[in-house]
Design a protein around this ligand. Sequence first.
Ligand code: ADP
Length: 749
Amino acid sequence: MLRPSAHSRRLVPTRRGLVALAVLAVGVIVLGDLAIRLAPAGTHVAAWWPAAGLAVAVGVRFGRRGLPWAAVVTYGASVVANQLGGRPLDTTLLFSLANTLEVLVTASLVLRWVGRRPMLTVRDLSGVVAATLLGAGAAGAVAAVAVGMHTDGSWWVTARAVSTSHFSAVLLFLPFALERERRRPRARRLEVVLTGSGLALLTVALFAPHQSLPVVFMLFPLLVVTAFRQTLRTCALQLVVVNTVATVATSLGWGPIHAAVSVSGIPLETAGAVLQALIASSAATVYVLRVSVETRLQALADADRARRHLGAVIDAAPSTAIIQTDLDGVIRVFNAGAVNLLGYPAEDVVGKHTPELFVAREELRQRAEDVGVTRGFEAMVHTVRTGLLESDRRDWTYVTAAGVRRRVSQVVSRVDDADGTPMGFLAIAEDVETQRRVEQLLVQSLEQERALAERLRAADALKSDFVTSVSHELRTPMTSVLGYSELLVDDFGDVLGPGGRPIVERIQANGRRLLALVDDLLTLSRLESGSLTLKHEPFEVAWVARSAVAVLQPLARASDIGLALHLPEESTTVQGDPQEMERVLINLLSNAVKFPPAHGRIDLTVRRRDLWSLEVEVRDTGVGIPAADLDKVFTRFHRASNVVESQAQGTGLGLAIVKAIVAKHGGTLSVESELSRGSTFVLALPTTVAPELPADAPAPMDTSEMRDVVRRVAQQMASGTRARPSALTGLEQPDQPQQHEQPQQATGS
Ligand code: ADP
């Protein structure tokens, strides 16, 4: 009805709002004029002022912010109505002020206390009645001042008459300003029409001319029926009709109220006030009844919903028997779970039997003896009936309809009503036999699984032992073969002649590959069995990275691959074994060098990941790994299909070793790769707090060492193996036969 103004934050009425204001203006003028004209001769105030009801109703519809609009229009229209009704200007202005004040007071209090929700609770009703009383009281007070100031009328009689006439008007009109009730009325339209016209006719009859018997109470039965079966708005509408008829009749000097007032000699205003008091009390009674009916209906609906919900819950437990009995033990509820467990249809037992029917006789007898009772059912519930226990849980043997015995765990408790009076008993039982059988099966299968895991562990240990001892046994003859073949080339080269030398060199190359494989196997099985103990000391990953790059740099250069190292400024200290970490980086770098396209590029980057870990990344632009092989490259002996096709040498053990070493450092290793574009291996390691890396940290290898390394790696690449020199432990000369006696120095993947 209102919207914000385009230019300011003021609210202006919408088209509907303007129509409502126009209706208000016309309504107040017409109703006001009529009411003044119908006022009993010689009185200062109208018997009923329906314009007040209309104005307050429109005010409530307009809401708190639009209320001033309704107030202004009420004032203007009241002035017009009073002037048309022939009242003097000074009285007109004060009466109009009374009407406006009432709109402001009542509507704002209703909006604050009740809002516009339908009047469904006693609290809402009290709010509406209180607001209406205060508003009507304010109007009565201002009107009394007006009459006292400008006429010779009694201010008290005026105040009383105005207050009651306004109170009944507002009380009858307000339901039209509130929202409709959501619940459908129980009365059909025909019933509404019949009771409405019945009420109107009865009112006409009761307020007919010369009707002096005070039989207005005959209206009450019909009003009460209305309250029980119809909506609040219909009740209010019927009261409006009754009041209109009664007011017009009383103003014309008809009906029992006018008769009673005129014979008693009290002021004529009192006739209107008595009538309005009668109507207002009827309205209040009807509203109270309406609200209490509504509250009951709501409570019934809630109870019904709760009952359905409970029923659904009870039936949703198909493996739990829920049986409720009355105090004598007669079954009242027998849920789906009970039917499933016991095999009796519910209709065969509900209202006909007690739970004794299902319980093994000898158990009942024994229990009855124990608790000192004679009846079987009493034996089941005695402890909870006497209040000894709140709930009694024990195992019973149920006998089903088919005669099968089933062990159940049953909890019995007493059911009391809202006042605490015992109503019956509730037994909840579960078939523990099935449950226990399932538990047993579970324990058995867990046991089997544990034994299987034990056997697998033993087989794995056996396999590791086997690999270790075979590798050991192979290593000694292999180093001997290599040593002697090198001796053959060095010392008996002349005897071998040009045809023999390549053969012996072939023996050497394959011997080295075999030795590398044996060493990898040994390392892996030691790592897995835990017999290879790593150091646990702080070291700088940056140093290890520098050393690994130094080892591989010459080889990369020879293959025309750019190898760059990127180190962070801050400390890169981790705890662990620097030599093993170097083995890791050399393995990753030598893979990157081994699987490159020509003119490729390798970047080794060390960076801090967060406060607790750092990251070592080896990124190459090599052949990449097919997506199907990506998650298998860390598995022993797995080599990607593209590498196998290209016949590149290798054992497929390097990454498995790398992963095991990284895991022993508490780190993780991951890979991302795109075929023909390159691979990125990322190593995450937990850091320790350590001093900053000294600026003058010594290079871990001198140039001559580096030269040796390069020579050795180049040799091994040529013969299909990968070098495993250790810059941190020192290097051995490749041309000395005894180097092969040192297993740590000839590792490859
Ligand atoms: P090897 O290098 O002896 O084959 P690894 O365990 O070191 O064994 O590597 C396993 C497989 O992972 C390799 O055969 C290869 O298919 C793939 N791989 C490892 N590193 C790379 C890389 N940088 N580029 C492409 N493929 C790689």
